[in-house]
Design a protein around this ligand. Structure first.
Ligand code: ATP
Length: 240
């Protein structure tokens, strides 16, 4: 049984269909990359999965560990083991990094988690998560939290956005470490090198998952700009 399963999901904003009979499955232990052009609905899907209060399916189901979680709050989903690293981290403003990393009463070595994401523990453990921190620092701290909390499902929305080029390999190693710790990962990305570390990949287009397979196969389809579903009528991908 997949850890996460989405069945026949529709999501509408007004008359506009953002997700259209979308089906998706993420197997336990996998890193699964979700790829698609700007505005195809990747972050929307992530918000629906994690339980953002402004987002609920118009129809369809989200199953986590076989349970329909569609009516559960963000907090209840977090308790069930789902967490998300946001594209623009903004949660938990004002608490110390030490308290943030200990939120789940983690037994992990917090200094080690910070060191793994390239932050010196002595400089960061007692700093506050506030506007004085750069976007890249906050993203690293959120990734350190994934190492410390070891959630069952970790959703990473563009994890290397805002990370300097020479540190991207380090962040990819951290994602692999999160996996080795036992978390399954939904990895939202535009970048081929990032998708390349995944076990599986899916291509989102026209509100549907149009292809699932190896990252190589899916990235190659993505780059061909030929949509298997709408022939470019809806998503702008040209027909082959
Ligand atoms: N609450 C909302 N109100 C209006 N439109 C919305 C809302 N949420 C999402 N959308 C629209 O849904 C579409 C999908 O947005 P989403 O942020 O999920 O795309 P994305 O694939 O993550 O894009 P990007 O790669 O640019 O981050 C966009 O056209 C967006 O404007």
């Amino acid at each position: 049984m997949p850890l996460l399963q989405i069945r026949h999901a529709d999501f509408l904003v007004g008359q506009k269909k953002i997700l259209d009979d979308l089906n998706f499955a993420l197997e336990e232990g996998d890193v699964h990359a979700l790829i698609g052009t700007n505005g195809t609905g990747k972050s929307t899907l992530a918000r629906l999965i994690i339980g953002n209060e402004d987002y609920s399916l118009s129809s369809g189901q989200i199953l986590f560990d076989g349970q329909d979680i569609g009516q559960r709050s963000l907090y209840q989903r977090a308790q069930a083991g789902m967490t998300m690293v946001w594209q623009e981290p903004a949660l938990f403003e004002g608490i110390s990094v030490r308290d943030y990393l200990s939120l789940g009463h983690s037994l992990a070595n917090l200094s080690d988690c910070l060191a793994q994401v390239g932050l010196a523990p002595d400089d960061y453990l007692d700093r506050l998560l506030d506007k004085s921190m750069s976007g890249g620092e906050r993203k690293r701290i959120e990734l350190a939290a994934m190492l410390a909390l070891r959630p069952r499902l970790c959703i990473l929305d563009e994890p290397v956005a805002g990370i300097d080029l020479i540190s991207i390999d380090n962040i990819l190693r951290v994602i692999n470490r999160i996996k080795q710790n036992g978390s399954s990962i939904l990895l939202i990305t535009h970048q081929e090198d990032v998708a390349g570390i995944a076990d599986q990949a899916s291509l989102l287009c026209g509100g549907k998952i149009i292809l699932t397979g190896s990252p190589d196969r899916v990235v190659s389809q993505y780059k061909s700009r030929h949509c298997l579903i709408c022939n470019g009528q809806e998503c702008g991908y040209a027909a082959a």
